[in-house]
Design a protein around this ligand. Structure first.
Ligand code: EPS
Length: 377
């Protein structure tokens, strides 16, 4: 079973990702991890912090000579900004001056203060900050090597920022040329303009992105238990990304308004079996069905606004405007990279747990192979 967790505060020493349950002998491509980390930092609309950070992966354990050992893996992405914060983030004694008491509507500030009885909101926002997603992307970048070894690939693109919408086809070349990870020059311009306008108005913007998994054979996930359904696992992984408010699979909410004859994808007698349409988004009965898995996520606008929204001061109870911390205007392109990472983590988990409960025929085959290996050792 795959175990994945992160640790680290936004302005602490770094962000860390822990992975356990990986097969031994996986050849890890470090460039893939660093490329994903760099992509997550890009995207029109990012704030000043990204000029400070140059995220790269540091492997602390679990990989030797470029291959996984089968032992737990710990990855680090160090925070360059820690140098500017170390007096305020010290584990033993904190310099004053960075406390916060005016919770931002839409942020974790207020509920986080209630959750852990924190009086200084910095104790909430340091961990609830989207900086944590660097750890997810490091882990996803590593597991990209696992999926690639099995012929499975994950990519994404941005389909909306505010009112600027793109509904066209995917093109890797056009995507690489886009400042907002949208594979269309015109839509890219419109999205940039929308971000500029929000910036000028002291506002922020959300949007949508699509994630696709290709090369997955049918039968990954399971229908036998609720928490093994791949659609459930994917939704949970994607909904866990900060600011994601909706996840749709295939035709998604549109399915609710159509008759069954227009929703369900006919099965063609080809080999492998294929479908002329993909309204199911590659998922039926909680399992992959051999078609590309298509997921669409919606991100709300960033809650940190230069013109703070109405709130209260936790010390006095008085009405005031929410505090402003340096922030991004729009992080939808970055979120699409995090979406890929969380999708990779979900699919890897489903593959590993699927093979821990194989059919008897598949298990006998694997066991015989183990016996042959032992006898030849
Ligand atoms: C974030 C606020 C900003 C973002 C940050 C998320 O950070 P800072 O407060 O240091 O300016 O840049 O995102 C990242 C640091 C990152 O690596 O994505 C927030 O409040 O969530």
């Amino acid at each position: 079973m795959l175990v994945f967790n992160t640790a680290g505060e936004s302005h602490g020493r770094g962000v860390f990702a822990f992975l356990d349950g990986l097969p031994a002998g996986l050849v890890v491509d470090r460039e893939l991890i660093d490329r994903d980390l760099a992509r997550r930092q890009m995207g029109y609309g990012r704030g000043g912090r990204m000029a400070i950070e140059k995220d790269r992966v540091d492997v602390l354990c679990g990989i030797r000579g470029g291959r996984t050992l089968g032992s737990p893996v710990l990855l680090a992405v160090w925070n360059a900004d820690f140098e500017n914060w170390k007096d305020h983030m010290d584990p033993w004694s904190i310099a004053p001056g960075r406390e916060l008491h005016t919770p931002r509507p839409g942020h974790a500030d207020l509920a986080g203060a209630a959750r852990f009885r924190h009086l200084d909101l910095r104790n909430v926002l340091e961990r609830s900050s989207a900086r944590e997603t660097a750890g997810r992307v490091a882990a996803g970048g590593l597991l990209r090597s696992f999926l690639a070894a099995l012929g499975v690939h994950v990519h994404s693109w941005v389909t909306r920022i505010g009112q600027a919408v793109f509904e066209g086809p995917y093109s890797r070349e056009l995507l690489d040329a886009s400042s907002v990870f949208c594979p269309d020059p015109q839509a890219t311009k419109a999205m940039e303009q929308a971000i500029d306008q929000a910036y000028e108005q002291g506002d922020s913007l959300g949007g949508d992105f699509t994630v696709v998994v290709s090369g997955l054979p049918a039968g990954i996930g399971s229908y036998t238990q609720w928490n093994q359904r791949l659609d459930a696992l994917l939704s949970m992984h994607l909904m866990s990304i900060p600011a994601i408010k909706a996840v749709q699979i295939g035709a998604g909410i549109a399915c609710g308004g159509l008759p069954g004859s227009r929703v369900h994808d006919p099965i063609l007698p080809t080999r492998p079996r294929s479908r002329p349409t993909n309204n199911a988004g590659g998922l039926e009965g909680g399992m992959s069905n051999g078609e590309p898995v298509v997921l669409r996520c919606t991100m709300k606008p960033i809650p940190t606004l230069t013109r703070g929204l109405p709130t209260f001061d936790m010390r006095t109870g008085e009405e005031t405007a929410a505090h402003y911390e340096r922030s991004d205007v729009c992080a939808v392109p970055a979120a699409s990279v995090v979406g890929e990472a969380m999708t990779i983590i979900a699919v890897t988990g489903a593959i590993l747990s699927g093979f821990s409960q194989p059919s008897m025929a598949a298990l006998s085959q694997a066991f015989a192979e183990q016996r042959r290996f032992w006898e030849g050792l």
